[in-house]
Design a protein around this ligand. Structure first.
Ligand code: SF4
Ligand code: SF4
Length: 166
């Protein structure tokens, strides 16, 4: 038998073997149901891990109605991507510092969390929102109000032992 005929014969045998093999997999999955590995997103959403760290955001203080940011610029200085821009507001009271402008270019954020770590007011918190897709790159430059919306309302801090004693 020449080589060509041998290869053709092998192919024909393979067809007759692979079809029942494939059907066996289908039947096995049909009758012996296994839990689905797919999710019907967005109707079904997986619970995020408690320590999930998303994009940085500026939660709103429920007492003052604004972010606790004092526009010190520490986050902007530490950011390895240099995507944070903070412009302090020139108010009358130097003790009441707040940002006039605060932007983060989310498209370049690598969610390293360094900005949150250095914040002296602990006001730059990783958000839990991950659905940030949009059509225009400019829309990924989040302004102060976007970051506050993303952050939601600041949760009250748990009481420490020192506070309880006082
Ligand atoms: S998470 Fe990292 S990359 Fe993103 S803004 Fe903060 S410091 Fe910059
Ligand atoms: S480090 Fe904190 S307080 Fe300072 S500018 Fe950034 S967010 Fe505001």
């Amino acid at each position: 038998m020449c080589d060509l005929k041998r290869a053709l014969f092998k192919d024909i045998i393979n067809v007759f073997v692979s079809i029942p093999k494939g059907l066996a997999v289908t039947v096995k999955n049909w009758f012996f149901t296994r839990p689905a590995v797919t999710e019907l997103y967005p109707e079904e959403r997986r619970e995020l891990p408690e320590r999930y760290r998303g994009v940085p955001s500026l939660p709103v203080d429920p007492v003052t109605g604004r972010s606790r940011c004092i526009a010190c610029g520490a986050c902007a200085r530490i950011c390895p991507e240099q995507i944070i821009k903070v412009v302090p507001e020139k108010g009358e009271d130097p003790k009441d510092r707040k940002p006039a402008e605060f932007t983060i270019d989310i498209s370049r954020c690598m969610w390293c969390g360094l900005c949150s770590e250095v914040c002296p007011k602990d006001c730059l918190k990783p958000a839990r929102d991950f659905e940030l897709a949009c059509y225009k790159r400019e829309d990924m430059i989040y302004k102060l109000e976007d970051l506050m919306r993303l952050g939601g309302i600041l949760k009250p801090e748990p009481e420490t032992e020192d506070k309880k004693e006082n």
